[in-house]
Design a binder for this molecule. Structure first.
Ligand SMILES: [Zn+2]
Length: 370
């Protein structure tokens, strides 16, 4: 590209980033950059505190109902089969909206599905197949329970337990970052902690939520030292969906999707391992529900995953449905559905603000980088 043109483009991009574009009304954005369809990604709706989710502010039922009202006035709710048909055969339609929930928390069946049924709405519930039937405690759930225990424990005792578990590096007093700020790997930080944590523990608390799969033995060790009993919690709280609940949700007309086997970042896995995470989880969901085609939502995000490779997987394995990502409202391959986080991960307090900010991202108007 001509260096002058490149310079002008960079200047324009800087200008766009600096301007408060997200204040422009949603109706204007939708006229300027119309979308055939839009995906919304939620995780949890609950009116009660959820002990295993400390790292983002989830909606209560009133807020979720208000979101549904807001969306119903502006978009056409479509089911997964209808979205898949439009993407396959066209015409693409306009302003279609698909609701999705990631991670497979039990509240999908006990809170979300009843609310959606009342309104005759459909949804895709993406489940981490290792968690089905509460066989294991998800890493982030374990971190949340550890955080809860840490808030009840004297600081010196916490520091000793962390060091003895081999997680001492997390105790470094890093530059003060608000607990609620997004972490390097999660779109949201910690919210609503009670009692308020000792500032000496900030980097530890944030670090616990960012532990990777390789840190799991140390996290288990820490749970032991803090007196957190994963097996007991799984039995008593049943935090995740069961196979029986999945079958019932499917029978009621909801779509069940796969969200990998173990919820690891696919970008960090060898190609064959990432392939296994996709194929094995889609197969398990197919076996439970009998669906011919199982959509797949990338754990965390799908940026950086080779679209040609993903297309090849779908050609070879026809039970792999559409892929779902979390890149906002950007345009992607026809077999990749981008989604906006419905939870208020940024400073935005309303879904209107969340969507305006998603549209204000320059990525919303240009093609995704491969
Ligand atoms: Zn997830």
């Amino acid at each position: 590209m001509n260096p002058l043109v490149r310079g002008a483009r960079r200047a324009a991009a800087r200008l766009l980033q600096a301007a408060p574009l997200h204040v422009a009304p949603l109706a204007l954005w939708r006229r300027l950059a119309p979308k055939a369809d839009l995906g919304i990604c939620y995780h949890l709706v609950s009116d009660a505190p959820v002990r295993h989710v400390k790292h983002y502010r989830y909606l209560d039922t009133d807020a979720f109902r208000a979101d549904l009202d807001f969306l119903a006035q502006r978009f056409e709710f479509i089911s997964y089969p209808e979205l898949a048909r439009r993407r396959r055969e066209g015409p693409p339609g306009r302003n279609g909206l698909i609701l999705t929930f990631d991670d497979g928390f039990a509240e999908c069946a006990t809170v979300v599905a009843p609310l959606l049924r009342q309104r005759g709405l459909s949804c895709v519930f993406f489940v981490v197949t290792d968690l089905i039937d509460n066989r294991v405690l998800f890493r982030e759930s374990a971190a949340s329970l550890c955080i809860e225990a840490i808030l009840r424990t004297p600081v010196a005792q916490v520091e000793a337990a962390v060091a003895e578990s081999g997680l001492g590096a997390l105790l470094t007093r890093a530059a003060a970052v608000p607990l609620s700020a997004p972490t390097a790997t999660l779109p949201a930080g910690l919210t609503g902690l009670s009692p308020a944590p000792d500032p000496r523990l900030s980097s530890l608390l944030r670090g616990l939520l960012q532990l990777g799969a390789g840190d799991e033995p140390r996290l288990q060790e820490l749970m032991g030292r803090l007196g957190v009993d994963a097996g007991d919690y799984l039995r008593r709280s049943q935090p995740y969906l069961t196979g029986e609940q999945l079958r019932r949700l499917h029978a009621e007309g909801f779509t069940i999707g796969a969200h990998s086997v173990s919820h690891r970042r696919l970008q960090e896995l060898p190609r064959e391992e990432a392939e296994r995470e996709i194929l094995a989880s889609c197969r398990i969901v197919r076996e439970i529900t009998g669906q011919d085609s199982v959509p797949f939502a990338f754990p965390y995000y799908g940026a950086g995953l080779d679209r040609a490779w993903l297309a090849g997987l779908r050609r070879q394995h026809e039970f792999v449905g559409l892929f779902f990502d979390t890149g906002g409202v950007r345009t992607d391959e026809p077999f990749v559905v981008q989604r906006v986080f419905g939870e208020r991960f940024s400073r935005d307090r309303s879904l209107d603000a969340v969507l305006r900010r998603a549209w204000a991202d320059p990525g919303a108007w240009r093609r995704a980088r491969r």
